[in-house]
Design a protein around this ligand. Structure first.
Ligand code: FE2
Ligand code: FE2
Length: 225
């Protein structure tokens, strides 16, 4: 037994020594090395081809109705987050017309959430929000803008700046969804989307009016000094 153990130990020691020598001299069996690399490359290629096939299959499976459903979950998530974010902006707003515009648009947003739920129902699906990185980014930015400008003379201008980014995000999404619904023949869903889109566009126009008619000029007062 002791002899066998010694022989195994000797064997290991001699293999380690051989590896060390090969590394040191750079002469590690080149033929074996090439063979191993070839095999590895083949395995990677096979795996990658298999992955490509799976991806291609998954792509084939998806169609416009899947994209429409994705967009619906995405905007449902966005509207809920916007609804939650608006009170902070309303609280920080100073101009009474801006406070009124944001308050009434928050009420509209509650109605939009219900309309989106009605579209889920039309599709025979449970209403489900899908995390949207785009609106998360816009809302994060609006939070930090409020921190930077919230107590300044440019607070209202900063709030409008953020809210218009939100409105434009919504307008692009509802614009695409309207066209998807049209192509898919989802007439009732399309009507809901058109109603929401009209509200988003009107909100954007009223914010532009407020900014250009009074808020921007008031915020620029300090810049004259
Ligand atoms: Fe909205
Ligand atoms: Fe909106």
């Amino acid at each position: 037994m002791a002899t066998a153990e010694k022989s195994t130990r000797d064997n290991k020691a001699s293999k380690t020594a051989a590896k060390k020598t090969a590394r040191a001299s750079g002469t590690k069996s080149t033929a074996a090395n090439t063979e191993t690399r070839k095999k590895r490359a083949q395995a990677v290629a096979t795996k990658s081809a298999a992955r490509k096939e799976v991806r291609a299959f998954a792509k084939d499976e998806k169609s416009l109705s899947d994209l429409f459903e994705h967009a619906l979950g995405d905007i449902y998530y966005a509207e809920k987050k916007i609804y939650k974010s608006l009170p902070k902006m309303i609280k920080a707003a100073d101009h009474p017309d801006l406070v009124a515009a944001l308050t009434s648009h928050r009420e509209e947003t509650a109605g939009q959430i219900e309309k989106l739920e009605a579209i889920f129902e039309l599709l025979g699906k449970r209403a489900k929000a899908e995390k949207c990185d785009a609106i998360d980014g816009i809302l994060e930015e609006s939070e930090s803008l409020l921190e930077d400008f919230g107590s300044s003379v440019a607070a209202d201008a900063a709030i409008i700046f953020s809210c218009q980014a939100i409105e434009h995000y919504e307008i692009t999404r509802y614009g695409s969804m309207r066209a998807f619904a049209d192509a898919l023949g989802l007439d009732e869903a399309k009507q809901h989307i058109e109603d929401i889109l009209a509200q988003e566009k009107a909100a954007d126009v009223s914010l532009t009016g407020l900014a250009e008619d009074s808020v921007n000029a008031a915020a620029a007062e300090y810049d004259d000094e």
